[in-house]
Every structure is written in C-alpha cells, then in structure tokens.
Design a protein around this ligand. Structure first.
Ligand code: AMP
Ligand code: ZN
Length: 113
C-alpha cells in the first residue's frame, strides 16, 4: 500500500524507533499514549484489519502473539496488559493497517469504552 503510514514506518521510509523488530513485525511506541505504556505491534506486510490478517496470514497473527508474550518483560508489561485492536468505523480504526495496541505499566480502568 503506497500511501499507508504503517507500511512507510515498517519499511523505514518514515523514521521511527523500533522497540522490537524481526522479519515479520515491529513494535513501536504509540505517539499519543493512552496509558503509562502504550505500544503498537504492527506486521510489516499490509493487512487492512484483524479479520484480513486472520484470514490471509494466520501464522503472522500467531507469531505476533508469541512475540508479545516473549517480549512482555522487556516492554515493562510483565504485570499484564490490555490488548486492543480497533476495527472499522464504530471501532474508531483510524489507520487501515492492522495494529495491536498493548497498554499497561499501570492498573487500567475496568471500563473498556
Ligand atoms: P487506531 O485508532 O486504532 O487506528 O490507532 C491508531 C494509533 O496509531 C493511534 O493510537 C495513534 O496515536 C497511533 N499513531 C498514528 N501515527 C503514529 C506514528 N507515526 N507513530 C506512532 N503511533 C502513531
Ligand atoms: Zn500498510
């Protein structure tokens, strides 16, 4: 996707600090954090949303959760986290390249919306 901001970040056309990187995915800090720690786990290849990713590349989705589990201590999320992916208009997905929000570093509100 030529005009996709997360494609550009993943392929280093736009500079960004990668907290984690492998061949399949990156983890970056969200620029507008909604918790003490707020990361985005993003596949390097473009998928529109979680359904598209799950349908077309379930092994990538699985890999992303394996990495999230493996990296949680390095991310400061050893005490737990909230894992969110927004989908579509009502879900307020603003970037149409699947990204998984990881929120934590503090006790979060029990309310989710
Ligand atoms: P969503 O509303 O679920 O699509 O989330 C998009 C997220 O991307 C928001 O939390 C933004 O703060 C975040 N975001 C947008 N641009 C950047 C960027 N260049 N670097 C890091 N996070 C970004
Ligand atoms: Zn993209």
């Amino acid at each position: 996707m030529s005009n996709c901001i997360f494609c550009k970040i993943a392929n280093k056309e736009i500079p960004s600090q990668f907290i984690y990187e492998d061949d399949i995915m990156i983890i970056i800090k969200d620029i507008n954090p909604q918790a003490k720690l707020h990361y985005l786990a993003i596949p390097k290849a473009h998928y529109d949303n979680i359904v598209d990713l799950s349908n077309r590349a379930p092994e990538t989705l699985n890999h992303m959760f394996n990495v999230i589990a493996k990296e949680k201590d390095n991310l400061g999320l050893q005490n737990g986290m909230r894992v969110i992916t927004n989908l579509g208009e009502d879900g307020c997905q603003s970037v149409p390249h699947i990204h998984i929000h990881l929120l934590g570093g503090e006790k979060l509100s029990e309310k989710m919306g």
